[in-house]
Ligand binder design. Sequence first.
Ligand code: PTJ
Length: 252
Amino acid sequence: MNKVSPRHPRAESLRIRERLVEGFKAGLVVPEGLAAHGRGEAFDYILGEQTTEHSQRATEAAAAMLLLAKHPVISVNGNVTALVPAETVELANAVNAKIEVNLFHGSAKREAAIAKCLRRHGAKEVLGTERKFSTRIKEVHSDRRKIDRRGIGAADVVLVPLEDGDRTEALKKLGKHIIAIDLNPMSRTAQAADVTIVDNIVRALPLMIKLAKRLSRDTKTKLREIIRSFDNEANLRATFRLMLNRLKSENC
Ligand code: PTJ
């Protein structure tokens, strides 16, 4: 790996790219995942590569929702595993969630590599790799239709980071609550989710862990109040406005 100089003005962004390239070489990430990351980077640039107050509010609502859930599940794909493997495991422990591998570009080999990587980072159980537990959501027209009966199949709340569109809509129809992490506030996933965090996953997950640990000491009534007072549509509109204003200004 080429060492990125800490003095480079875009060092952090380059380091994140390196993690994806390493993930690609290790068989975790598909080539399309590199392109998807580029799209995310463009939106992140407009956001100023920082966590906005709106995404902070969404992240708090997401943490409360995960803590209140009976069967929370974190859905992981190649990019998520390459970027935040340790944080995914830490968040799952903090909110008592299951981790399930769910791929857009399905491959048993990559599922196994992703599960192995997450176990290396401390995950005790990774669902989504055993055929005998697998079932299908017929409304989904991609490899993502394959889900684990013990995981997403039984879940009441599903965290879907870096998702493509139609599964979120299908999971919503099945009555599940969806939390999305997506730098593109216009994506179908962002629009369809109950809570949308428009932030880079490398910033969103550490913040969610911190907030989940803090909120776990609060009452259920307080957690319900956080969710009740969160308005995803208004929050997305405010994020749009912020992006537009940044584009109009000369700071972007
Ligand atoms: O590993 P697989 O087979 O499941 O494939 C994963 C990808 C990401 C290739 C697949 O899910 C896909 O094609 O996704 P899309 O439709 O490109 O959507 C990914 C969304 O994530 C886009 O809206 C991007 O803007 C956004 N995104 C990309 N990188 C990040 C991000 N959002 C948050 N943090 C990022 N680092």
